[in-house]
Design a protein around this ligand. Structure first.
Ligand code: GLA
Length: 354
């Protein structure tokens, strides 16, 4: 069922507008975005569709097979339901000068949530896109991404970076986004023509807002403060030796080494070097497991299973502490690796092949 069909059957009305936003998988460059560093996401085919109809009272009435039925009043307090995303989107769209009363909203999603594939950004961006279509507001992809990020910060409570929202607003399927999070400069690359990325869900999820994410953000900003630099983007490996606190040192070392890996990975995409890309992915996973400490047994098992089945590289993707891994395989080996991982890790599931 599409979001339009859901809207029509639930509200017995036609929606005024509909828009979609895809989930993303980050190929390399994790937790670097809120340190003003580099990231390399690409879209996954799974997406969220939103259909909206305007109301002439101040009620927000929502229906989604995945997130449930919910209602509230415009301007009411946040209550932890998915309508908080809607309240946030309306709040910021109103700031562009449009007048919004209540809305009816239907949402359809096939992005598994809590798995590091950015269902949250896709939801806020799809809602924003639907609203700006209705009101004919013109907003650039980068501005739209910033609004999405503000919804996370001010309405959801996750101090996320800008990667997910920028991937959602700036990419087409099949494109890879190199994003410099300091100035939002972008460069688009193509995927390897001879290799696939498998996205595999470990089956264990952990919500971002649980605090670990915000804690990593605090630790890395402490490191930057200690080094007296605006962000770890500007740190060099040598400088890090000045940091005495072992934990803060390890967090900072991940960011500096990960930024360096993203930059190296661009040459791999540009000059078709999948083997080297795979090695960078492996090093990235090790750094996330040992220095950033955001991996889990399930994620490590998946990475090891993929590697032992012949993958060129494998790493956890997204915020970590659960969720998905991304695996680089040659096209001819892709089915073999996927089925071997499924056998070795029966609780895992293949989300998509890109
Ligand atoms: C989440 C956040 C992003 C980014 C990743 C980790 O997806 O929303 O901003 O920090 O985690 O790379």
């Amino acid at each position: 069922m599409t979001s339009n069909e859901l809207f029509q059957s639930y509200f017995k009305l036609q929606p005024h507008s509909q828009a979609t936003a895809h989930g993303r998988v980050n190929l390399i460059g994790e937790h670097t975005d809120y340190n003003n560093g580099f990231v390399l996401p690409t879209l996954i085919p799974q997406k969220i569709s939103v259909s909206i109809g305007l109301r002439d009272d101040n009620k927000i009435i929502g229906n989604s097979q995945e997130f449930g039925e919910s209602q509230c009043i415009l301007g009411s307090a946040l209550n932890g339901s998915w309508l908080d995303f809607v309240l946030g989107a309306i709040h910021f769209i109103k700031q562009t000068g449009v007048i919004i009363q209540g809305i009816n909203i239907a949402v359809k999603s096939d992005i598994p949530s809590g798995t590091g594939l950015s269902s949250s950004a896709a939801l806020e961006i799809a809602i924003l896109k639907t609203l700006i279509k209705i009101f004919n507001v013109s907003i650039s992809p980068a501005e739209l991404a910033r609004i999405g990020q503000k919804i996370e910060h001010e309405f959801i409570g996750t101090q996320c970076g800008i990667m997910d929202q920028m991937a959602c607003t700036s990419l087409k399927l099949g494109e890879v986004l190199f994003l410099d999070c300091e100035n939002l400069q972008t460069k688009i690359f193509s995927l390897f023509s001879t290799h696939h990325f498998l996205v595999i869900n470990s089956g264990s999820s952990r919500k971002l807002s649980e605090g670990n994410y915000n804690q990593r953000k605090m630790e890395t900003s402490k490191a930057a403060q200690f080094l007296n630099i605006p962000s770890l983007r500007h740190a060099t490996a040598d400088q890090l030796n000045k940091i005495e606190d072992r934990i803060i040192y390890k967090r900072a070392r991940h960011i500096v080494s990960e930024n360096n890996r993203v930059l190296q990975s661009l040459d791999c995409l540009e000059n078709n070097k999948p083997m080297k890309f795979g090695r960078l992915m492996d090093a990235s996973h090790r750094s996330m497991a040992e220095d950033y400490e955001i991996s889990s047994k399930e994620l490590d098992d998946l990475v090891n299973a993929a590697k032992s089945a012949g993958a060129l590289g494998a790493r956890l993707t997204g915020a970590g502490f659960g969720g998905c891994v991304v695996v680089l395989v040659s096209k001819e080996n892709s089915e073999k690796v996927a089925s071997s991982v499924a056998k070795q890790c029966p609780q895992s599931s293949l989300v998509t092949v890109i």
